[in-house]
Design a protein around this ligand. Sequence first.
Ligand SMILES: C[S@@+](CC[C@H](N)C(=O)[O-])C[C@H]1O[C@@H](n2cnc3c(N)ncnc32)[C@H](O)[C@@H]1O
Length: 247
Amino acid sequence: MTPVTPLLGRDELVRQVSALRWFHRIDLGQGVVTPGLDDTPAKLDRVRLPADLRGKSVLDIGAWDGFFSFEAEKRGAARVMAVDSFCWNGGGWGSKAGFELARRALNSKVEDREIDVLDLAPETIGAFDVVLFFGVLYHMRHPLWALEKVSSVTKSHLILETKVDLLSLNAPAMAFYVGDELNHDPTNWWAPNISGLCDMLRAVGFRRFEITSKPAPWLYRWIRALRSNGSVWRESQRGRVSLHAWK
Ligand SMILES: C[S@@+](CC[C@H](N)C(=O)[O-])C[C@H]1O[C@@H](n2cnc3c(N)ncnc32)[C@H](O)[C@@H]1O
């Protein structure tokens, strides 16, 4: 996807990149990688994005700087749409400027729509072969409703990455966060355990699941929890999961 003739010279690209705050680490070519807060390459490994997306339509919900949209395009997707609302509208510490600069630097054709998860509908944006929903579910006040909307624009294959909690409970359960209890971020509301997550996905039409990345084993989580400032039991219950779901 690196253009033969870069649209921006290296010095100008470096200047524009350093003027922004980045969430994703995106390789823009010419030896320039955006200094994102997120370890995006590690997340890419965990989510197991298909290596070959040729001919597929892909929707990236909560795209922010767009790393995963550009990666889907690089892997041959016929059409990619990036959607976001909160950060793109200035609600967070980032903005849409990173996405726009990266799209320009990569000479990318990724489409964009500023739309809230709860406004996703096949009538307005269509339905997509592969839908990415990474790092957004715990930001939803109404997670089951959000998954219903995500399902409505998914033809078949959803790839989801999220925070999970209450990991020692086998029965489906979901933790609710008061104030900024989770990661000091008041925009975090809920995290299910893995069984609760799969049950919610079943309730919105998904039938088959493959977990591609599980939370760390309990001993590691307990050691991490003992070193944290919060409640040791609550901290020990938390982790992240990535899964693929099919209808
Ligand atoms: C933690 S970031 C995840 C970014 C990216 N998907 C990733 O995994 O690296 C959460 C993203 O979800 C977006 N978001 C939060 N609430 C949203 C909503 N109600 N509708 C659309 N996007 C939302 C934020 O703007 C932000 O870009």
